[in-house]
Unconditional design. Structure first.
Length: 214
């Protein structure tokens, strides 16, 4: 029985995944190469520094630790330029309603995002008080596909992993949920997220009646 739903943030509750992509693409362009949406799939759900390593590898670029820090800070500043201009209306349609329906059914609701900007984003969306537990990139050592973030969220929620359902748009996130022993709804393309128990095109397409079938 599912007693808790754990939501990823970027690409699941709001389209900040696109802002991350635009910021990484700008960095790649500045370094002299192109970053495609397909390349970007590898970055989803992965921490800032790990994402940078992947980007540099794609461009065939080596950098010192200090240079990496400068590049990561640049990318984060560009990402935050988008976030600063974000409107509460940017939350994906139907997401608030889904969270409310889950809570009304007595299902606990958690947030598990590898992003160190997660708290700022949910505050801007005005949903910071909707969650029974929040775990972000500042609270974990291992980023997805490691299960740490989901296990910590489940622990905070007081629900065993087997009774948790994760909503994820990233391949690394789906793997992390499975490694945690949780059920997973993929948000996006079934081709990309074929390891999830169920895939929906948009978060709000998930029907609460499915909970009993998972
Ligand atoms: C999420 C996103 C990734 C992002 C990571 C770190 O997992 O899916 O694209 O790189 O968070 O985000 P941050 O805001 O800390 O740089
Ligand atoms: Mg995501």
């Amino acid at each position: 029985m599912i007693r808790a739903c754990i939501f990823d943030l970027d690409g699941v509750l709001v389209d900040t995944a696109h802002y991350h992509f635009l910021a990484w693409k700008r960095l790649a362009n500045e370094l002299g190469f192109e970053l495609t949406p397909a390349d970007n799939e590898q970055l989803k759900g992965v921490s800032r520094m790990q994402s940078l390593d992947i980007v540099l590898q794609l461009g065939g670029i080596t950098a010192t630790e200090h240079e990496k820090e400068v590049l990561a800070n640049k990318k984060n500043a560009w990402f935050n330029d988008f976030v600063d201009r974000m409107m509460p209306e940017e939350i994906f349609p139907g997401v608030k309603q889904l969270i409310r329906e889950l809570k009304a059914k007595g299902v606990k609701v958690g947030l598990a995002s590898s992003s160190k900007n997660a708290k700022t984003v949910i505050q801007l969306l005005g949903i910071q008080n909707e969650f029974d537990a929040i775990v972000d990139g500042t609270m974990i050592v291992n980023s997805k596909p490691h299960p740490e973030i989901f296990l910590l969220t489940a622990e905070k929620l007081g629900i065993v992993p087997e009774e948790c359902l994760v909503f994820e748009d990233a391949e690394a996130g789906v793997e992390a949920a499975l490694a945690a022993g949780m059920k997973c709804v993929g948000v996006g393309s079934p081709l990309q997220l074929n390891r999830a128990h169920e895939v929906v095109a948009k978060t709000a397409d998930f029907k609460i009646t499915e909970l009993a079938k998972l």
